[in-house]
Design a protein. Structure first.
Length: 278
């Protein structure tokens, strides 16, 4: 549930590792500051409240522009959540409005996901859809990432690292008199269907155009149309995130079922082997 209110800028924390951009663009801050002084109305910033602190998620440039012209408050949409929730939301919010991400921004936000202990397990296509880049770009960043260390944000907003233990060669087992049947090898992961990615992208573009057309033909004021457009974008994003979470659950389920089937086949073969030597 979003709580929209005027929030004091001094209460909003920017030190929780929730900034997905490589750097603040000074030219954007100056442009926003000029527009604010001229009376332009900007969308509210999105912050997450964990019961103690307000964590910035979307609106870093608006925040600095407001400070630049001496503003003490700014309209905000407040959602309950941790700094990690703020980071997750902010990673795709810039694809919907505001200052477009440059290549450095895209690299940073992609690496955040690739090196994360949880999100790093997502497929390249899932990460690409979330952060607004291509799957090949994610694959390239994944190749540049050091696999032994993954970074993540704790519920208290601290950046922590999880080190993956290095795999060591196991000593060879002594030969046994009875030949052992080799356990089945894990199945290769399914190849990413890039055609489906193209279809998904076209569907998303069609939905965006449909939403814009629906707002255009509304019999409403400009302010009401803007509110409707923001609500539609928010709902589309929530639906997309739910689909990603559902796909992750399905993937985990399929992996478990595959491993279970492999274990059953291995047990069956070993039982037949034991009977042969009785």
């Amino acid at each position: 549930m979003l709580d929209r209110k005027e929030l004091e800028l001094k209460l909003i924390r920017l030190d929780g590792g929730t900034q997905v951009r490589a750097a603040i663009k000074e030219e954007a801050v100056m442009r926003y500051a000029t527009d604010l002084e001229g009376g332009s109305v900007f969308p509210p910033m999105r912050v997450f409240f964990d019961g103690t602190d307000y964590w910035m998620s979307d609106g870093f440039h608006r925040y600095h522009a407001a400070l630049r012209i001496g503003m003490s408050t700014f309209p905000c949409e407040v959602e309950t959540g941790t700094p990690r929730d703020a980071l997750f939301f902010g990673s795709s919010a810039n694809n919907l409005h505001g200052q477009p991400m440059d290549n450095a921004d895209k690299r940073k936000v992609t690496m955040i996901f690739v090196e994360d202990f949880e999100w790093g397990e997502w497929s390249n296509a899932e990460i690409a859809r979330k952060v607004g880049v291509s799957a090949p770009f994610v694959a390239k960043m994944r190749g540049e990432s050091a696999p032994a260390v993954r970074k993540y944000i704790t519920p208290k907003g601290k950046v922590a690292e999880k080190r993956t233990p290095e795999k060591k060669d196991k000593p060879a087992k002594p030969a046994k008199e009875a030949p052992l049947i080799e356990a089945p090898k894990p199945a290769d992961p399914p190849a990413v269907d890039h055609r489906q990615e193209m279809v998904d992208e076209l569907i998303a573009q069609n939905e965006t155009l449909t939403d814009r057309l629906a707002v255009k033909v509304m019999d409403a004021t400009a302010e009401e149309k803007k509110a409707a457009e923001d609500l539609i974008k928010q709902l589309r994003e929530e639906i997309r995130i739910l689909k990603l979470e559902m796909n992750a659950v399905k993937s985990s389920r399929d992996k478990f079922q595959l491993e279970n089937a492999q274990l059953k086949r291995q047990i069956s073969m070993q039982q037949r082997q034991l009977k042969a030597y009785e």
